[in-house]
Design a protein around this ligand. Structure first.
Ligand code: ARG
Length: 465
C-alpha cells in the first residue's frame, strides 16, 4: 500500500498511516504559547550539541553545521521572522524541523541522548530562573520608590487601623515601610526557590537516563546550573519549581492587592489621604466629577487570576503517575500569565506610589477623631503611677467615658476633667495628650517612633543600593 507521508508528523510519525485530525492538532499543539521558550530551547541545543561533540558522539563538522543552523534560527526568532507552525506541535519540534530544512541530515543527530521531556524541563527552569530575577528587579524598583516616599514622611501623622477602625497613631512612613518588608520577603522567596531549582534536568532523557556516555556536569555548568539533577524520573515529571514560582507570585500578588486596597481607600472622598496622579486615574463616562483609582483596583483584581493559576497547576499535577504525562504541557500558560500580570502590577504600583500626593492635613485631622491616644495614655499611667495595666486601662476607659458624654475627644477635655488620679494629674495628662507627640513615645524595636523608622530606612537603603 502506498503511503502518503506528506502530512504526517516528520519527527514522530514514522509508523503512522493517517495524518493528525485537526482537532488533535488543536488540543495537542502548544506552539502558540511555548514559543516563549525559544531562546532557552536554542541555548539548550547549543550546549547539548557542544557536549555531544566533546564526547565524540557527533563529529566536529556536524557540530559546526548545527551551531550555524541554530544561529540562523535565533536571528529569525529575534527578528520575528520565524514561521511557527502548529503542525509541529511545540517549540522543540518547530526548531528541529527548521534546523533540518536549513542544514540537512546533521540536524537529525541533535536529538541524540535527549528527549523532549528533559528538554522542556530544562528550558522551563531556565525561563523561570530568569523570570524570577526580573521580578526581583522590578520589586527592587518599587521598594526604592517606597523608601523615597517614606523618607519624606517620617513625621507625617497617620491613623493606624485595626478592623478598619481608628486604632493608634502611626507615621505614614511606617505604614509604607510595612510594605517594604513584605516585598523584601517576596524577593527572598523568589531567590530561595531559584536556589532550590538550580539543578539541571538535561540528560535525564525520556525518563531513564541514556545509554550514551554524555557529560551532564558539563551541560549543567554551561547552562549556569549548580549541578545535574539526581534522579532522571523526578527530573522529567515534577514541576514543583513551577508551583513554587506560582505560589511566590500569588503571595507577592496578595501583598500588592492589599496595597491596592489601601490606596483605593486612601484616595476615596471619605479618607482623602492621598490624591492620585491623573496619569494613573480614570474618569467616568457618565459622572463628570469622578476620578477613579482603576489602576489600584486592577492590582487588587489581578490577585484572582494569580491564585487561580497556582491552584490550576497544583490540580493538574496532583494525580499524575510518574513520569511524564502530556498533562504537564498545561504548566506553561499559568506560569506565563502569572509572570506577565505580576510584573505589570509591580510596575503600575510603582507608578501610583511615585505619583500620589500626600494630604498631610487630612491625615492629621483623621488622627484627631477616635481617641487614638487612649493606649498611649493607659501606658503612661502605668509608667508614672506604677499600677497594673488592667487598672490603668479602666482609668483610661473612665476618661473616654467622660469625653464621650460631652461629645469631646479625650485631648479636648479640661485639666479638671482629666484629673482622675488627683495630684496635678490633669495638667500632666493634658500635656501628654498631644497628637503630634504620640509616635515619639514609642520605644520598642520595629515601632513607629521616628528613631526606629530612620533605622529601618537606613537598613533598606543598604539593601537596595
Ligand atoms: N510540549 C511538550 C510539553 O510541554 C514537550 C514534551 C513532550 N513530550 C512528550 N513525551 N510528548 O510538555
Amino acid at each position: 500500500m502506498k503511503k502518503n507521508k506528506k502530512n504526517i508528523n516528520p519527527i514522530w510519525g514514522s509508523n503512522f498511516n493517517k495524518q493528525s485530525n485537526p482537532l488533535l492538532e488543536k488540543i495537542n499543539s502548544s506552539i502558540d504559547f511555548d514559543k516563549r521558550l525559544a531562546l532557552q530551547d536554542l541555548k539548550v541545543s547549543e550546549v547539548h550539541s557542544f557536549m555531544l561533540k566533546r564526547k565524540k558522539i557527533i563529529s566536529p563538522s556536524e557540530y559546526k553545521l548545527i551551531i550555524k543552523g541554530l544561529k540562523k534560527i535565533k536571528n529569525l526568532i529575534i527578528n520575528k521572522k520565524f514561521k511557527f507552525n502548529k503542525k509541529y506541535e511545540d517549540i522543540h519540534m518547530n526548531i528541529e524541523v527548521e534546523l533540518k530544512r536549513l542544514i540537512g541530515d546533521a540536524a537529525e543527530k541533535l536529538h541524540t541522548a535527549r528527549s523532549r521531556n528533559d528538554q522542556v524541563a530544562t528550558d522551563f527552569k531556565l525561563w523561570i530562573i530568569e523570570a524570577s530575577k526580573k521580578l526581583c528587579n522590578e520589586i527592587n524598583n518599587l521598594q526604592k520608590t517606597i523608601v523615597k516616599k517614606a523618607n519624606l514622611n517620617i513625621k507625617t501623622i497617620f491613623p493606624g487601623f485595626t478592623h478598619l477602625q481608628s486604632a493608634q497613631i502611626v507615621s505614614f512612613a511606617h505604614h509604607l515601610m510595612a510594605y517594604y518588608e513584605m516585598f523584601k520577603r517576596d524577593k527572598e522567596r523568589l531567590s530561595n526557590s531559584v536556589t532550590r531549582m538550580n539543578e539541571c534536568p538535561l540528560g535525564s532523557a525520556a525518563l531513564a537516563g541514556t545509554t550514551f556516555e554524555i557529560d551532564r556536569n558539563l551541560t549543567s555548568k554551561m547552562l549556569g546550573f549548580n549541578k545535574p539533577s539526581s534522579n532522571s524520573m523526578d527530573s522529567v515529571s515534577d514541576r514543583d519549581y513551577a508551583l513554587e514560582f506560582l505560589s511566590n507570585i500569588a503571595i507577592c500578588g496578595t501583598h500588592l492587592s492589599r496595597f491596592g486596597e489601601d490606596i483605593t481607600l486612601w484616595a476615596s472622598d471619605q479618607f482623602k489621604f492621598i490624591t492620585l496622579s491623573d496619569d494613573f486615574s480614570t474618569g467616568s463616562s457618565i459622572m463628570p466629577q469622578k476620578k477613579n483609582p482603576d489602576s489600584a483596583e486592577l492590582i487588587r483584581g489581578k490577585m484572582g487570576r494569580l491564585s487561580g493559576n497556582f491552584i490550576s497547576l497544583l490540580t493538574t499535577i496532583k494525580g499524575l503517575p510518574l513520569t511524564y504525562s502530556k498533562d504537564l504541557q498545561e504548566d506553561k500558560e499559568p506560569v506565563f500569565d502569572s509572570f506577565d500580570n505580576l510584573l505589570l502590577s509591580i510596575e503600575v504600583t510603582n507608578g501610583i506610589v511615585n505619583g500620589f500626593k500626600i494630604n498631610k492635613n487630612e491625615m492629621l485631622n483623621a488622627c484627631k477623631k477616635g481617641n487614638l491616644m487612649a493606649t498611649d495614655l493607659a501606658d503612661w499611667i502605668v509608667i508614672n503611677y506604677n499600677i497594673p495595666f488592667r487598672e490603668s486601662y479602666k482609668i483610661t476607659a473612665k476618661i473616654i467615658n467622660i469625653a464621650n458624654k460631652k461629645n469631646y475627644q479625650i485631648n479636648d477635655l479640661s485639666e479638671n476633667d482629666l484629673n482622675v488620679m488627683g495630684n496635678d494629674s490633669g495638667r500632666k495628662i493634658k500635656k501628654f495628650l498631644k497628637i503630634e507627640n504620640s509616635i515619639n513615645y514609642k520605644k520598642s524595636i520595629g515601632s513607629t517612633s521616628p528613631k526606629e523608622i530612620r533605622k529601618a530606612i537606613q537598613v533598606a537603603k543598604k539593601e537596595l543600593y
